[in-house]
Design a protein around this ligand. Structure first.
Ligand SMILES: [Zn+2]
Length: 243
């Protein structure tokens, strides 16, 4: 078994066997990997404290055909709100679920790994709901399944002003191509979505949004995910109970 070192963030885990966990880790080296953390539910295991959701780790992994094994681990960072604040945890869990559902296993995405670290930082100080929405839009850009907002999906022209939105077509249409029965897509909403998708976490920009635009943007994103998955995100059921 070949060993390798990588940084990684735990984005999912489930109990397995008597004292083990199966963890999903988004790594810098290999993107999403599934790994077995043997014995990590024993209180004295050196892995015990590290295999929580959103632990930021230095890892040594042993390569397997389908499954890696966690050999050594060092905690590089833990995010207070993501592990203590129920609302932040829930929106964080949504981001993690989207990564697990849509990122292919074993494909390195160092840029997305960097974004994930920025998003976890952002959860410590920014509005969790808006942070999650921007994060999901950014993650989807790496999947090839994202919706398109700049150019009309019918005529290809850059969209200006109000247009239409079609989930089936994959995003925005210009005002000229809008057909009967299509959902109107106001300029302000389109620009809101683009600004979230392109948001630079390190910049000084704020993520303050008008409430109704936020809700409409969120609705579009969640409908899209549901459309792709064929079911609701599990974390959404939980979040709707919180709201
Ligand atoms: Zn058009």
């Amino acid at each position: 078994m070949a060993l390798y070192q990588t940084e990684g963030v735990v984005i999912g885990s489930r109990n397995w066997g008597e004292a083990d966990k199966m963890v999903t880790i988004f790594t810098q080296e290999k993107g999403l990997v599934e790994a077995a953390a043997f014995g990590c539910r024993r209180p004295r295991s050196p892995l015990a404290a590290s295999m929580q959701l959103f632990s930021y780790l230095d890892l040594q992994l042993a390569e397997g055909r389908r499954l890696e094994t966690v050999k050594q681990v060092q905690l590089k960072g833990r995010y207070k709100k993501l592990s203590e604040d129920l609302t932040v945890m829930s929106y964080g869990a949504l981001v993690a679920e989207v990564m697990r559902e849509f990122m292919p296993a074993g494909v390195p995405e160092p840029k997305l790994f960097h974004t994930l670290l920025e998003v976890m930082e952002a959860f410590e100080k920014r509005n969790p709901r808006v942070t999650a929405l921007a994060a999901v839009l950014q993650i989807m850009e790496f999947t090839g399944l994202q919706l398109h907002y700049e150019h009309c999906l019918h005529c290809g022209k850059a969209i200006e002003g109000d247009g239409a939105f079609s989930l089936q077509e994959g995003g925005a249409l210009c005002g000229n191509c809008r057909e009967e029965g299509m959902r109107p897509f106001p300029e302000a909403l389109r620009r809101t979505i683009i600004s979230l998708r392109d948001f630079e976490w390190q910049g000084s920009g704020s993520l303050k949004l008008q409430g109704n635009l936020l809700m409409q943007a969120e609705k579009i994103v969640l409908n899209h995910l549901q459309y792709l998955l064929g079911h609701n995100l599990k974390t959404m059921d939980f979040i709707s109970q919180l709201q």
